[in-house]
Design a protein around this ligand. Sequence first.
Ligand SMILES: O=C(O)c1ccc(O)c(O)c1
Ligand SMILES: [Mg+2]
Length: 654
Amino acid sequence: MLPRTSIATVCLSGTLDEKLDAAAAAGFDGVEIFEPDLVASPFSPHRIASAAADRGLSIDLYQPFRDLDSADDERFARNLIRLERKFDLMDALGCDLLLVCSSPLPGAVADDARLVAQLGAAAEVARRRGKRLAYEALAWGTHVNDYRHAARLVAAVGDPVLGNCLDSFHILSRGDDPAGIAEMDADSMFFLQLADAPAMRMDLLQWSRHHRCLPGQGNFDLATFIRAVQASGYRGPWSLEVFSDLFRHADAGRTARDAHRSLRYLAEIADETGACPIVGAAADAVAAGGVVDVPSRGPAAAGDIVSVRVAAGPVLAPRIAECLSYIGFDLQGVDSVTGLRLYRDADIAVVVDATAGTVWTAPGVPADMPTIAQIGLRSDNPAAWEQRAADFDVAVAPVPAPGTVAPASGDEVVRLDVTETLAIDLRAVASASEWQERFDLVPRRAAPPSKLFTGVDHVGLGIPTADWEGAMLLLRSVFGMWVDDGLDIPDAVGTMRSQALTLPTSSGSAVRIVASMVPTQLDDHGPLRRPGGLTHAAFACDDIFDTARRCRARGLRALPIPDNYYDDLIARFDLSDAMIEQMRTFDVLYDADDDGGEFFHFFTPTIGEDLFFEIVCRRNGYRGYGEVNSPARVAAELHRRAVDPTVAASGSGP
Ligand SMILES: O=C(O)c1ccc(O)c(O)c1
Ligand SMILES: [Mg+2]
């Protein structure tokens, strides 16, 4: 059950009225009025109060009141007068709760007894004015920056109009343990502010003011945090307070919808049992190789990725077909009308679609940018997934048939648009034979398909900056994916924020997506970067060198890796000469983790602007994706283009 929900106006862009519209439309019960929004508004506090009431929103909190305490008595006296003026304003606003944050000033009171006296004096004013104060420890407060310290001060004052405001950012950004919240007196907990944030090492104030995000969009362990809050018996609203450079110019309606969805997501993960389920646990369980014992959040566990559809366009489709055949995929069937071609290795289907300008191809993708437009996961119960999407207010569209120019209705296929250019297809029909039957493909081959691969190890997904937060939340809420810490990877054409997401599957394996952020502000997204969408699919094998040999025999010239790379490997790892020689021969890259896990991989050359395939082999529970080698791949690809101008000119691949 979701408690009362609230959102700070600072989370949303636009005028105050627009912010209220967006909050109400998204289903929030109330708002926190952020002072600068009120100060900048042309409307009186009375008018703002009725604007909120007209939309069915309560004003749950007015904030912030800064720098209350002071080592300078005269200054403190002035601060109490300032407090009275704010209470006048709150009278007009019809709000009785004021957030007071701990002081970050050098002149803040250091001595607890004196601080208790000053907080007590402020509480007395508040009581006389029929108001309440919620005291919040800012992570960068000069003397008070720990929620336990703030709670001790509040308890020492002992005035029922003075309570605590807990803000997940200030607690989790410091790496603090939220367990103490469970021991707090629920009556003293006046307000709860929630925010997530990406893992970063930076000044706390900068991190807080520019990079907060919604629960389910960052890397904080909010599940453990919210359970501690619930254990305390807190009865107030769950309110979102997200300072974000991205949200400040994002569409307010979209942010508010994501915000409400994030609280539903948080309520769901709060109900899960088990320790620290967000960060790391899923990856660890998957890496351990055995059955995944983290809960699957979906209503019906999803299966592995069984198909990948490449929107190739007519020009580059033959190149893609050629590349697929080099790495073991055999043509199995062709649609005589649309030219849709089905390739297969073992149980993996790759469908190459050569149509252009139809809804079936990825919208917005230029003809020279073939993209993976759809991944198919097996599910025993697509209808349950559809219901789940509806629970999170995510539109589910039918997938149109190839060649059609408008979406068909009544199709049984469930399509979730993760980004404009990617649909995840959760349905009963997704495998090679189902593709074959569904589109009545003309069989092209009697022989059984080859068996180079054991499955799809992961897919790479480029997400434009502006869509990043929304896509993260969608993948984690609707699909129930788990995240590890993200990484920043500098390479020859920019720096990419990379974030792995993992979905445990019914077979005890995992669907893995490696998301990377594509800067939206660049008009020209630069070489080897697409404006969004899937960049590659990685196929898993049991023996990297045997597979590389077989691919070579089928005609593959893998992306050439320079000798410098191998000299560096020799320096970094204790690998035998024979092993290094094999890697050099087959252009295999390598990574290892601290727990003995090893990763071997090689790449096909890029086709068009940025589509490639990867062949990977994990050993001993390696958890990563060889991200450290990503700059080597990008540089190798740039070099390949530079030395062979026909490659770049024709946009062609191998
Ligand atoms: O960054 C700040 O100053 C600030 C103000 C009010 C808050 O509730 C908060 O968490 C941070
Ligand atoms: Mg706060």
